[in-house]
Design a protein around this ligand. Structure first.
Ligand code: GLN
Length: 190
């Protein structure tokens, strides 16, 4: 089976582990730069990207991860998607700059910051439930980015080659399609 790392510095990593196990993958919590050796793929979970960044700035973890995400399949959800982006706004913040998007943090304001919506997706199997928690908004996608689902016209699920990103939390819905897509991307990239 595939071995998928789940970045476990902070945030919502446990539910990702459960979904991966349910799909037959082996999940490994990643807490140090050494932990990413030998992984087939990595999930960067939701949480608080600024806090994750602080942890990553220790022990050269940021640089190790930046090299890793250039070639190894990586799936960023919410804060993880912010970390993968080339351009972060509101406020601007350092990022791994692997995924050619502009992302605006906490874009929905205090009143609408959390929501559960169902929307059309290009994934087979019908509409997709999306759990948004203090979600960012993707305001620009580069030419290599494929849009798989949207909210109010803004992309919520995107793919750029070996990279997958969601502005929502697929690990909190009882629907494994997004994680299954990530595993399929790994099989095709290998
Ligand atoms: N608001 C968080 C951030 O800016 C992201 C929220 C989430 O990951 N659910 O990092």
């Amino acid at each position: 089976p595939l071995t998928i790392g789940v970045l476990a510095l902070q945030g919502a990593y446990d539910a990702h582990v459960n979904t991966l196990i349910s799909l037959g993958a082996t999940a490994k919590l990643v807490r140090t730069p050494q932990d990413i050796a030998g992984l087939d793929g990595l999930i960067m979970p939701g949480g608080e990207s600024t806090t994750m960044l602080k942890f990553l700035e220790r022990n050269d973890f940021f640089a190790t991860l930046q090299t890793f995400v250039q070639t190894t399949p990586t799936f960023g959800t919410c804060a993880g998607a912010i970390l993968l982006a080339t351009d972060v706004q509101h406020p601007p913040q350092r990022s791994l700059a692997a995924l050619d998007i502009t992302v605006e943090r906490n874009a929905y304001g205090r009143q609408n910051d959390s929501a559960i919506l169902t929307a059309e997706t290009t994934l087979p199997g019908g509409p997709l439930e999306m759990v948004f928690i203090r979600a960012p908004r993707i305001t620009r996608t580069g030419p290599a980015v494929e849009i798989l689902a949207t909210r109010d016209g803004f992309p919520t699920l995107i793919r750029q080659g070996h990279l997958l990103a969601a502005t929502f939390h697929p690990e909190l819905s009882h629907d494994p399609r997004v994680h299954q897509l990530f595993l399929n991307i790994i099989h095709k990239t290998a």
